[in-house]
Design a binder for this molecule. Structure first.
Ligand SMILES: C[S@@+](CC[C@H](N)C(=O)[O-])C[C@H]1O[C@@H](n2cnc3c(N)ncnc32)[C@H](O)[C@@H]1O
Length: 225
């Protein structure tokens, strides 16, 4: 893709999280991110086992490529958990983006932690390719409360569609959104629902096919409505 083509980046990369030590990070993502006792299985999620130093370098590399593809003023919105939040904010800035803040996604269904604090939030780092611009007169909250819809999930770590629709509020209407880690295609579906254009990348051919099927079905339903 040529430079300066996309109006926003909205993405949920593999977190390479889930433990303090290398062994814990290398565990199967289904074991790391799925509640024990969940019977449903999903295709393997790829690229989720980097150690901390290579994770930061790798994130800086792909975010630098996103910076090249973004138009000036484009927002970038990147999901992270609490463990990777500090390094992801470093990588975003190292790639050239200007950090603007953190959006909190409150997950009401998170499991309780005996004797500790419930980890019931994930984060969305908000940055821009300077100079910053605004594309709407609306004001948005800093905390969004959305439950994971288990029945609608086609990916091990699917994000709730209404959350992605909310996040797209800061993206210019009709703009092109890039998701370099599209998984089951939730960002794409949110783009269709809000009449934005979408470019997605996915390493796993199984998830790429599932996402393509989902996107085609949603596009068809959207055209009919
Ligand atoms: C956290 S998931 C995204 C889930 C998505 N937000 C959804 O709601 O379905 C991240 C995805 O990135 C993919 N992935 C990992 N490494 C990649 C790479 N280098 N390039 C493209 N995709 C990659 C994984 O296979 C996984 O499907």
């Amino acid at each position: 893709m040529a430079d300066g083509q996309v109006d926003a980046i909205l993405t949920d990369p593999p977190y390479s999280s889930g433990g303090l030590h290398a062994g814990a990070r290398r565990a199967d993502p289904a074991q790391k991110y799925q509640a024990s006792g969940t019977k449903r299985t999903y295709p393997p999620m790829l690229g989720d086992c980097k150690d901390q130093r290579s994770f930061t370098m790798w994130a800086t590399l792909w975010l630098s490529e996103c910076w090249r593809l973004a138009k000036p003023g484009a927002p970038v919105l990147v999901f992270s958990d609490w463990r990777q939040l500090p390094v992801m904010t470093d990588a975003i800035q190292a790639a050239g983006f200007e950090w603007r803040g953190i959006v909190v996604w409150h997950k009401p269904s998170a499991r309780p932690m005996l004797g500790s604090f419930r980890r019931d939030a994930e984060f969305v780092i908000h940055a821009v390719k300077a100079p910053a611009r605004t594309f709407t007169r609306r004001c948005f909250p800093g905390v969004f409360n959305h439950a994971v819809n288990a029945a609608a999930k086609i990916h091990l770590t699917s994000k709730p569609l209404p959350l992605l629709v909310d996040l797209l509020g800061v993206v210019v209407e009709g703009g092109t959104v890039l998701d370099p880690f599209m998984g089951g295609g939730t960002t794409a579906v949110a783009c269709i629902e809000t009449e934005r254009r979408f470019v997605g990348v996915e390493l796993s051919s199984e998830y790429a096919s599932l996402a393509a099927e989902r996107i085609a079905a949603v596009e068809l339903a959207h055209l009919k409505s």
